[in-house]
Design a protein around this ligand. Structure first.
Ligand code: KG4
Ligand code: ZN
Length: 338
């Protein structure tokens, strides 16, 4: 079954063509990160305008790369949410238009769930139950995964998502957006023990994440106790030490909470997804900590937002539901996983 996937939840316009949920024939992404850089984060209106400009050229390129004809597509899958509403609507309406024009079914897919599914692509499915970990710019989730589409939430973030914390700390260090790769880059030269930062503890729900206090600690380390000191000059070495100490604390918190989460069930694999999974230090920490459990990382090219994961998961969702979604399907800024 050939599935066309469309992704437009944030600042990436993606179109992919995937066979039977696994074999990627084309996965084309146009990012508008370059225009958001000057604002230090995603500017929703500009992201939407870029989606409109990029969608059809990206679609054409996907067909060119896949070497298939439009008539061969069996299903149109689209990221239904969560995301920026204007951005979602552009992908959603394009998907509906194509489904009507080609007379093919439409299926809406949860973008966060698709991030986890990305780590199944191009390989065998993992063994269940698994611990699912989503680390992206918008989400920080731990889930018990019984199978594709069967999830039990374990933990979430009570404030910033982990990727968002990387982006905001990068902004404090005057590094460009998106900040995650920049923090990782300068952290290589830094001492992770220089600043004794701590991740937040959520009393009522100890596996939940909280990164806002950590972010404030970084601010104080850079600008003095009241956070407004102007005359502190930062050397590259201090910046690298702050970045390394922040990175070690934030990623270490994920590892610690993952360790606690798997104590409550017989975890047969760990599945990770989302942009922060690009981080090599994170991979190292997981490899050291979980030597006896198979760990599935999303393949290169499928960590950040992309449409291959949407098409891949769309295939499974279509089979499970035994049909497509109605054509009045809504785009949703918030959507439960599962
Ligand atoms: O999954 P994604 O594309 O977006 C959402 O769905 O939210 O992830 C983007 C996030 C950004 O916050 C970015 O800074 C972060 O992933 N990121 C990283 C790295 N590469 C991307 N964070 C830490 N280390 C990296 N190497
Ligand atoms: Zn994403």
């Amino acid at each position: 079954m050939l599935v066309l996937g469309i992704e437009s939840t944030c600042d990436e316009t993606g179109v992919a063509i995937v066979e039977d949920g696994k074999r990627i024939l084309a996965n084309v992404v146009a990012s508008s990160a370059d225009i958001h850089r000057q604002y230090g984060g995603v500017f929703p209106e500009l992201a939407c305008r870029r989606h409109i400009d990029a969608l059809l050229p990206v679609l054409d390129e996907a067909f060119r790369k896949a070497g298939v004809d439009r008539s061969e597509i069996d299903l149109v899958a689209v990221a239904q949410g969560p995301g920026l509403i204007g951005a979602l609507l552009i992908g959603m309406n394009a998907a509906k238009g194509l489904a009507i024009a080609w007379n093919k079914p439409l299926i809406g897919v949860n973008h966060v769930e698709a991030h986890l599914y990305a780590s199944f692509m191009g390989k065998e499915d993992p063994e269940f139950p698994a611990l699912g970990i989503v680390l992206s710019g918008g989400h920080t989730l731990l889930l018990k995964v019984h199978g594709i589409g069967e999830y039990e939430p374990i933990a979430t973030t009570v404030d910033d998502a982990i990727g968002e914390a990387f982006d905001k700390v990068a902004a404090l260090l005057s590094l460009p957006y998106p900040g995650g790769p920049e923090i990782e880059r300068i952290a290589r030269e830094g001492n992770p023990e220089k600043f004794p930062f701590r991740a937040g503890f959520v009393k009522k729900s100890p596996l939940d994440f909280s990164f806002s206090g950590l972010k404030t600690s970084v601010l104080y380390a850079l600008k003095g106790q009241n956070g407004v000191e102007k005359n502190i000059s930062l050397t590259d070495k201090t910046k690298a030490d702050v970045a390394a100490s922040f990175q070690e604390t934030a990623l270490g918190d994920v590892v610690e909470k993952a360790k606690k989460a798997i104590q409550s069930f017989e975890c047969r694999s760990i599945i990770l997804g989302g942009g922060v999974c690009n981080n090599e230090r994170l991979k190292k920490m997981f490899e050291v900590e979980f030597q006896k459990i198979p760990i599935l990382w999303p393949p290169k090219g499928l960590t950040l937002d992309n449409a291959a994961m949407i098409a891949g998961l769309g295939f499974h969702k279509f089979l499970r539901k035994e049909g497509g979604d109605p054509l009045d399907l809504d785009a949703l800024t918030r959507i439960p996983i599962g």
